[in-house]
Design a protein around this ligand. Structure first.
Ligand SMILES: [Zn+2]
Length: 324
């Protein structure tokens, strides 16, 4: 009986244990389900929130990143734009502004005060000075330039028929030679400027006779061909334009001695800043038709002179390109 009772009691215990275990399991499973549901909802919510909020958060953060990174740029750009007024056009600039603008553009400052020269070095009508005079582009026998005056820097003793120059060119030339003097080249004078058609006619024939009488040539045509390498027939000389000058610091009869001197080099390198070009550069005879003349400078105005300088071309090539 006792064992039966014990067995019975044991059986009751088992039932109790099983019931408790079932309840525990039920709670555990239920809890897990509830937890999962809640958790899944949480992640759904948070991911949904992330999906909906992330872009805006990302926008905000990228905006703030852009704002942060662009703020210094903007702050460095904006004041520059706002503090520096829009660049004035050339027509709107006063003389000082034009000089400063040009100096900045070419990266070279004038040593002399250009205030009184600017309007002549770079006149508003400077395009009218840019043209060729050569065997193809001739000047008529009656062509005389306007506004001829006695050249300020003419060498002493030059006759009246050899000392005239166009006024604008004379003033620009004064600036050029004052700057040259500042750099130590203070003894350069002008030997030839405007020559009339008649004077050129006389001069050309004088040179032809001189060559022919030298006995170096078999025919007069050969003598003329030689003269044409350093002089020109009437109507084809730049000197008739009144826009050019021969200038150097050597004897008037031997200008070639000026070639290669420090003064000649400085003059050739700086002419453009005063509206001049070396018209017949070294090594360009096949283009210009004239030998290297380190002393012959032609006024074309600073805009064209600077372009010609920057391009490293002759006036012939510069105008050929413009016509093309
Ligand atoms: Zn000349």
């Amino acid at each position: 009986m006792a064992t039966e009772k014990r067995k019975k009691k044991k059986g009751n215990n088992y039932l109790l244990y099983t019931a408790v275990a079932l309840i525990v399991v039920a709670f555990a499973v239920g809890g897990a389900i509830i937890y999962n549901v809640v958790h899944i909802n949480d992640t759904d919510e948070s991911s949904a929130a992330e999906e909906s909020s992330q872009p805006s958060a990302a926008d905000e953060s990228s905006e703030s990143v852009i704002a942060e990174s662009s703020t210094p740029d903007e702050s460095s750009e904006v004041p520059e734009e706002s503090s520096e007024p829009p660049k004035k056009s050339w027509a709107e600039m006063n003389t000082a502004e034009r000089i400063a603008d040009y100096e900045e553009r070419v990266g070279v400052k004038y040593a002399i005060d250009m205030t009184d020269y600017e309007a002549y070095v770079c006149p508003d009508d400077e395009a009218k000075y840019v043209f060729l005079v050569d065997p193809v582009h001739t000047l008529g026998s009656d062509y005389v330039p306007e506004d001829l005056i006695k050249c300020t820097h003419i060498r002493e003793g030059r006759p009246d028929s050899y000392n005239k120059i166009v006024r604008t060119v004379d003033i620009a030339l004064d600036a050029f030679l004052k700057e040259a003097a500042y750099y130590g080249f203070d003894n350069i004078t002008v030997t030839n400027v405007y020559r009339s058609y008649r004077t050129q006619d006389w001069l050309f024939n004088y040179y032809v006779d001189q060559e022919w009488n030298s006995g170096k040539f078999k025919t007069k045509e050969e003598a003329i061909a030689e003269v044409l390498t350093y002089s020109t027939r009437p109507g084809t000389s730049e000197h008739q334009s009144g826009l050019c000058c021969d200038m150097h610091n050597v004897d008037i009869s031997t200008p070639r001695k000026f070639n290669g001197t420090p003064a000649a080099t400085w003059m050739e390198e700086n002419a453009y800043r005063f509206g001049f070009i070396l018209r017949y550069p070294d090594g360009k005879q096949d283009i210009t038709g004239i030998i290297y003349e380190s002393w012959h400078f032609r006024y074309v105005g600073r805009t064209a002179a600077t372009e010609i300088h920057d391009l490293g071309v002759t006036l012939d090539e510069y105008l050929a390109d413009e016509r093309a």
